[in-house]
Design a protein around this ligand. Structure first.
Ligand SMILES: *Cc1c(COP(=O)(O)O)cnc(C)c1O
Length: 346
């Protein structure tokens, strides 16, 4: 791996970050706070929130088995994705490599930051070899994006290939595990301490049932997290979000129950899809959605919209011709979808 200094944009490496009132004072004994121009009324929302969200991170640390100072929290994973570009990729010069098809935000953020985005096509099994990814990289490649389980294909990317990329590539490898709670494979987080170029993304938007609060996380070694922290907005995660996140993190039982039900429903729905005459193939999945190749994705999509049921039409995505992406809903929602599909006439 290149040194962190070589991988970081020079202006970011030498950046003197904004120092907030909350940064400058962090003792425990004070009880009169006249330092941040806040209104003394309307507690607790009158006060600026903890810029480093330490209470949430302590809880996450226990759940994920990662030290608190190796965790970055952001306004969804999307903030961490954007920060990878802003911290490490020089616009107009550096590039990144990613599998294709995959989550759209990697490319949108690359475009916004004027960073070249190199796509490496998955094979028919929606897999990729480490060699193919590495071959797409050059001296200006700062990051390789791997989403596993992958969106929209649903499958895990082979772990041995991911490890090979991490061990062979001299820049960052970001493994986006947004759907890891639904996967049969363990998280790659256990290897975080071993690899200084590994960044892992998790989110509260999927299994944790909290897409509305916007809480995403990046895990990496402390010196990488320190760079994210210096570039992020000082108060990037608001107090309402921190409160709701803590509440959710203190009720892991519910999450386990949701995941178990969703995995059972996933099995039921996929089996039923496979038996539909209008379904040509159901792709294996490790996420809370699956991809299904239909006889006429557009026609079926339009029909379902008319019935008030929305799935994702992926027919125009590379390697996903005539595919619908179906998120697993409640038992009742899934049954309604199946009922509607059984009545579909081309
Ligand atoms: C849904 C999803 C996310 C979550 O993004 P948030 O900004 O945290 O809501 C991240 N990565 C992938 C691949 C996703 O599908």
């Amino acid at each position: 791996m290149k040194s962190l200094k070589e991988l970081t944009r020079p202006n970011i490496w030498s950046l003197a970050p904004y120092s907030s009132a909350r940064n400058e004072y962090s003792g425990h004994v004070a009880h009169v706070f006249l330092d941040a121009n806040e209104n003394p009324y309307n507690a607790p929302y009158n006060r600026y929130p903890d810029p480093l969200q330490l209470e949430v991170k302590e809880r996450l640390s226990a759940i994920k088995g990662v030290p608190a100072d190796c965790i970055f929290l952001g306004n969804g994973s999307d903030e961490a994705i954007d920060l990878v570009y802003r911290c490490f990729c020089e616009p107009g010069k550096d590039n990144v490599v990613a599998i294709c098809p995959t989550y759209g935000m990697y490319e949108v953020c690359a475009d916004i930051n004027n960073v070249e985005y190199r796509s490496v096509m998955l094979d028919e099994q929606y897999q990729v070899s480490a060699d193919k990814l590495l071959a797409a990289a050059d001296a200006n490649t700062k990051a390789i994006w791997i989403c596993s389980p992958n969106n929209p294909t649903g499958n895990n990317i082979n772990r041995e290939e991911i490890i090979k990329v991490i061990e062979s590539f001299d820049g960052f490898v970001i493994v986006d595990e947004a759907y890891i709670d639904f996967s049969s494979e363990p998280t790659i987080l256990r290897q975080l301490a071993q690899y200084p170029n590994l960044i892992v993304l998790h989110t509260m938007s999927k299994a944790w049932g909290s897409a509305a609060i916007r809480m995403g996380m990046a895990f990496a070694q402390k010196d990488v997290i320190d760079i994210f922290n210096k570039v992020k907005y000082p108060y990037n995660v608001n107090l309402l979000t921190q409160e709701q996140a803590l509440k959710r993190l203190n009720d892991t039982i519910s999450v386990e129950q949701w995941v178990n039900i969703l995995k059972l429903e996933r099995g039921r729905l996929m089996k039923a899809f496979a038996e539909l005459p209008i379904c040509e193939k159901v792709y294996p999945t490790d996420a809370n959605f699956f991809l299904a190749k239909m006889t006429d994705a557009q026609g079926i999509y339009d029909y379902l919209v008319n019935e008030g049921i929305i799935v994702r039409n992926r027919t125009r995505i590379t390697l996903c011709h005539n595919c619908l992406r179906v998120t697993i809903g409640t038992k009742e929602e899934n049954s309604e979808l199946l009922g509607a599909l059984r009545f579909y006439k081309a």
